[in-house]
Design a protein around this ligand. Structure first.
Ligand SMILES: Cc1cc2nc3c(=O)[nH]c(=O)nc-3n(C[C@H](O)[C@H](O)[C@H](O)COP(=O)(O)OP(=O)(O)OC[C@H]3O[C@@H](n4cnc5c(N)ncnc54)[C@H](O)[C@@H]3O)c2cc1C
Length: 380
């Protein structure tokens, strides 16, 4: 019995998305990799096609779909060989903060644009001096009457250059306890006092516009705060389960894509007069990789089903994020080895896959932090 219940509507959505990506995304993957960014117009095309923020209610322009639509988009995007069009980050990680914690006014103002692709979002938590330890962030938000003044900087922010709207974590400097000082604010990137810094050069995910953000006396309306003041940490905790699950989905799908490619390669490439796949050592490698991938898929699908039933699976999603992204790296590394000298050529698709895999163990909470969280919730 299948654990995930796809309907006809899900299946035809996937087919439409596949056709869209084959026409509008995959053929441009190499160009975007060279450009180190994706054009903003492709965000709008995704939105017009109905592929962004599929869970948003129809009254704000969305499909009102279940998590299987998010899963379908994350899987199909992972198969496009590009990482710049970070729609799972926008649709399933950033916009949910606005959808869950924004006032009705904020939702009416921003959600339709997020769905249509006219508004691209980013989330700004990390700072030069605060990564894993969010309690040490230095960016301040001082509420003055109807306004909030934000000062500070963020770094390594995905969609940093294309973003129109950033969900920013900032603290009230007057409150000593960092867990009570943190709030989340929605900042329009056209606001005076907001600026972007360097477009960061990375070892992988080249088409992703990762950037620094700066806030200098950046005044935003107080009503752009999400939820109650000082509830930032609780809101982050609430949404991190889905963020980790999305990473795990992309980890498993990425590993499946690599396995598929390397299996074909080993069947089609000959050495000493026989195809690579006839060598027992290669067969063992492919079988071990396939076992890893199947274990990952089974685990993640169970978690998707649990997440859809609104079960609390903090331990399991933390385990899945670290295990699937390490598994992806194992599979990518082994696939690269099997390519021999071709695996050192930029023409080999495994090179980009290997480069892009590394980042998955770091963002969305490093894998060490995932183990910390699991240990804590296991009562260790
Ligand atoms: C490509 C990319 C995109 C990103 N996108 C975003 C984004 O959109 N928004 C955003 O806010 N951030 C983003 N980040 C930042 C990312 O979330 C941080 O890199 C991550 O949280 C780790 O922080 P750090 O790099 O400062 O490492 P540190 O926290 O300094 O960690 C350094 C090392 O110490 C280990 N470590 C730290 N604390 C502990 C602990 N308590 N126990 C055990 N080990 C520990 C870590 O696992 C790591 O190995 C992105 C990063 C990358 C690389």
């Amino acid at each position: 019995m299948e654990i995930l219940n796809y309907t006809e509507a899900h299946n035809s959505f996937r087919e439409r998305l596949q056709a869209f990506l084959a026409a509008e995304v995959t053929p441009f993957a190499d160009q975007w990799e060279a450009d180190k960014i994706v054009p903003k117009s492709v965000w709008q095309k995704m939105g017009r096609g109905g592929f962004l923020c599929t869970d948003i209610a129809p009254e704000y322009g969305g499909l009102g779909g279940d998590f299987l639509y998010s899963l379908i988009v994350a899987e199909e995007m992972t198969l496009t060989r590009q990482t710049g069009l970070a729609t799972p980050l926008h649709s399933d990680i950033v916009v949910p903060y606005i959808n869950s914690f924004g006032s009705e006014e904020l939702k009416k103002k921003y959600l339709p644009g997020c769905v249509s692709g006219d508004i691209v979002t980013a989330v700004g938590m990390t700072e030069p001096g605060a990564g894993s330890d969010l309690a040490s962030i230095a960016t301040t938000a001082v509420e003055e009457g109807d306004e909030v003044v934000i000062d500070g900087s963020k770094t390594f922010i995905s969609n940093g250059l294309n973003a129109d709207l950033v969900v920013v974590a900032a603290k009230d400097p007057a409150i000593e306890n960092p867990y009570e000082a943190l709030s989340l604010y929605v900042v329009e990137t056209q606001t005076p006092g907001f600026s972007t810094g360097r477009h960061l050069e990375k070892m992988g995910m080249w088409s992703q516009d990762t950037a620094e953000l700066f806030f200098s006396k950046c005044r935003i309306p107080r009503k752009n705060r999400l939820g109650e003041k000082g509830m930032g940490f609780l809101m982050l905790m609430d949404k991190l389960q889905q963020e980790r699950l999305m990473c795990a989905i992309m980890g498993v799908t990425g590993a499946e894509r690599i396995l598929h490619w390397i299996t074909d390669y080993c069947k089609q490439t000959s050495t000493s007069g026989k195809s690579l796949s006839k060598s027992q050592a290669v067969q063992f490698a492919l079988v071990e990789m396939a076992t890893d991938v199947k274990l990952g898929r089974t685990f993640v699908e169970k978690l998707i089903a649990d997440h859809m039933e609104k079960k609390e699976i903090i331990v399991e999603t933390s385990m899945a994020k670290y295990w699937t992204t390490e598994m992806l790296n194992r599979v990518a590394n082994r696939a690269l080895d099997l390519c021999g000298q071709f695996g050192m050529s930029e023409k080999c698709p495994m090179v980009r896959a290997w480069r892009d895999a590394k980042i998955m163990t770091i963002f969305a909470g490093t894998n060490e932090v995932m183990k910390n969280i699991a240990a804590k919730f296991m009562g260790l």
